[in-house]
Design a protein around this ligand. Structure first.
Ligand code: SAH
Length: 278
């Protein structure tokens, strides 16, 4: 049994109470006996208790001191449960590995996190275009705000595409597992949520010069309604860009949101081949 707890607004606490959603999260994590799970924000332990029996180890990171104390009591008899009290955004990876009984790194992440840390958390878990987190996690299952889920999983041409879409899709394949209504939580949040699964790429589509790719994304998405040929005017001459786009089979009036992650990487690599540097 998990314990009941009052919620602290400042830690973005919303307890997940829907059995079907809990089951979906567990299913999406595809647990194996050898897995070492990193759970961020275990709260009252609803997910934790479902994961523990099926894995080698679970390292939970919880910022709330009272909850941490109660979790330690609740799982005192589970030798594969490790709790680290602290802020996931502040702890470094060596501290997290040190929490493991045999100093092993976790290979999967499962988390129902407060939504306001989603952006920085994704960056911690995936790294950045120029410094991908290595070795990559096998999978990352997260509950996030629906709007963010749509952004992360958007396909080229959709209005939901932004620079975050391409940055994250460069590092991981993203999929929406299921939508989650507010009533699945206690207290209910104001927004719709979704369970997503990210599978970090072990061999990301390689950008020869990641700095150039990062720069193209920054400029390309700088003003979203403009056509790419205008947004990129600072780095490449319009006629040369148009030639490049044509050679890649891309229309010359595209906007940043129309390009897929493969298009972006190919574009930056082609620019290099043709002698551009960042
Ligand atoms: N997983 C639980 C709790 C979700 S609420 C459930 O599904 O019911 C979010 C949890 O994240 C809370 O327990 C909160 O205290 C914790 N939390 C908030 N910010 C955190 C941070 N920066 N690092 C670690 N845990 C955090």
């Amino acid at each position: 049994m998990t314990f009941s707890a009052r919620t602290r607004k400042r830690f973005g606490q919303h307890w997940l109470k829907s059995e079907p959603v809990l089951a979906k999260i567990i299913e999406a994590a595809a647990l194996e006996k050898c897995d070492r799970i990193l759970e961020i924000g275990p709260g009252t332990g609803v997910l934790t208790q479902r994961i523990l029996p099926d894995v080698a180890e679970l390292i939970a990171i919880e910022i709330d001191r009272d909850l941490s104390r109660r979790l330690r009591q609740q799982f005192a008899d589970a030798p594969n449960f490790q709790l680290l009290e602290g802020d996931m955004l502040q702890l470094d990876w060596s501290q997290i590995a040190a929490a493991s009984v045999d100093s092993n790194r976790p290979n999967k992440v499962v988390a129902n996190i407060p939504y306001y840390i989603t952006g920085p958390l994704l960056e911690r878990l995936l790294g950045t275009i120029t410094q991908p987190h290595a070795p990559p996690f096998d999978s990352i299952v997260l509950l996030v705000q629906q709007e963010i889920a749509d952004r992360l999983c958007a396909t080229a041409g959709s209005k939901a595409v932004g620079s975050l879409t391409i940055k994250v899709q460069y590092l991981a394949a993203c999929e929406i597992i299921c939508p989650v209504p507010p009533k699945a939580f206690q207290p209910p949040p104001k927004v719709m949520s979704a369970v997503i699964r990210l599978r970090p790429r072990s061999f990301p589509l390689v950008a020869t010069d990641p700095t150039l790719l990062a720069r193209l994304l920054k400029l390309g998405f700088a003003s979203k309604r403009k056509m790419l040929r205008n947004n990129l005017a600072a780095v490449i001459e319009r006629s040369q860009l148009l030639d490049l786009l044509t050679s890649l089979g891309i229309a010359d009036n595209v906007r940043a949101e129309d390009l897929s992650v493969t298009d972006w990487v190919t574009l930056s690599n082609k620019m290099l081949e043709e002698g551009y540097s960042s």
